[in-house]
Design a protein around this ligand. Structure first.
Ligand code: PBE
Length: 295
């Protein structure tokens, strides 16, 4: 007992000391003198690509972890104050409809070229739920469709409301996804996704279409890594959120042999570093010259 108390006391002292020593740095992840790139969730492919960009372009910048929502808020604050800001950005995204933004050129090609978003299903879904499998296989839309749903959500609709509105306004497109042969028995479909704005939009459209067809749907928001392991183990029936060929290449390589890839559900996606158009540089290679403007 006494030994236990001593150990606890020692731990408390150590905890106190580490707080005291590190305290001056708390809440400030940025090294003095470095510029900041405002990032999103740590598991996102674009975060890994940005670490790579920092290394390959020898950028004197720190990448700040945050969330998609916090990234958008940082962008808003900077634009309201006409300050320079650089964020990890992607298309489709409502931010391009709302503000004048541009991608910084990436001459080294770290962020890859044009991406597509793929639908992936668990093994066995075709046999277990052929109607769901065919619907997921047929699901395909344009960046403009996705952007419309994203803008409605950003302007205050719930993801389900925005999805339902888009479905009603695009019934020709949606009806073409729905298989001719209706299943006699419906059931529960589990979709995994990450709470990136683009994936909130797509997953809720598919969720609402399936619900309209009579299925129960659980849309489960998780980390990127869990989304991919979850589809690999079959815990999820499907995901509509795999960014290929570059952004999620590492995650995909881990599970590729234990899933079925149904191909693109959207083409013309892109990731990169994004700045407001008033930022007077055009390339990632110029960032170091103006890093003081990004602190
Ligand atoms: N994103 C949106 C994700 C894929 C979808 C670009 C933030 C990522 O970087 O992993």
């Amino acid at each position: 007992m006494k030994r236990f108390t001593k150990a606890v006391t020692l731990m408390m002292v150590l905890a106190f000391l580490s707080v005291a020593v590190l305290g001056c740095n708390s809440g400030n992840k940025q090294d003095v003198g470095k510029g900041t790139i405002v990032g999103i969730e740590p598991g996102a492919g674009i975060m890994k690509a940005t670490e790579q960009a920092i290394t390959d372009y020898e950028l004197d910048f720190d990448l700040q972890d945050s969330s998609s929502a916090a990234m958008a808020a940082a962008l808003k604050t900077a634009i309201d104050n006409e300050e320079w800001v650089v964020v990890t950005g992607w298309t489709p995204h409502w931010k391009f409809a709302k503000w004048d933004l541009k991608y910084l050129d990436d001459p080294k090609g770290i962020y890859g070229g044009e991406e597509h978003i793929a639908t992936i299903v668990r093994q066995g879904l075709k046999a277990d739920m052929p109607e769901v499998y065919t619907l997921l296989d047929n699901f395909y839309w344009d960046p403009d469709d996705m952007a419309a749903v994203m803008v409605d959500i950003q302007e205050g609709m719930s993801p389900d409301e925005a999805a339902q509105k888009w479905i009603e306004e695009n019934s020709d497109k949606v009806n073409a996804w729905i298989p001719a042969e209706e299943a006699a028995e419906k059931g529960t479909v589990t979709l995994g996704y990450v709470e990136w704005d683009s994936e909130i939009a797509s997953t809720h459209v598919v969720k609402n279409v399936l619900e309209n067809m009579g299925y129960e749907v659980e849309a489960i928001g998780v980390d990127a890594g869990i989304m991919f392991t979850g589809i690999g183990t079959g815990e999820f029936d499907g995901i509509v959120a795999a960014w290929m060929p570059g952004t999620h290449a590492d995650y995909y390589a881990e599970i590729e042999d234990s899933v079925e890839n149904l191909g693109p559900n959207l083409e013309g996606a892109k990731i990169g570093l994004v700045v407001p158009t008033y930022v007077e540089i055009d390339s990632i290679e110029e960032l170091n010259d103006v890093k003081d403007k990004f602190q």
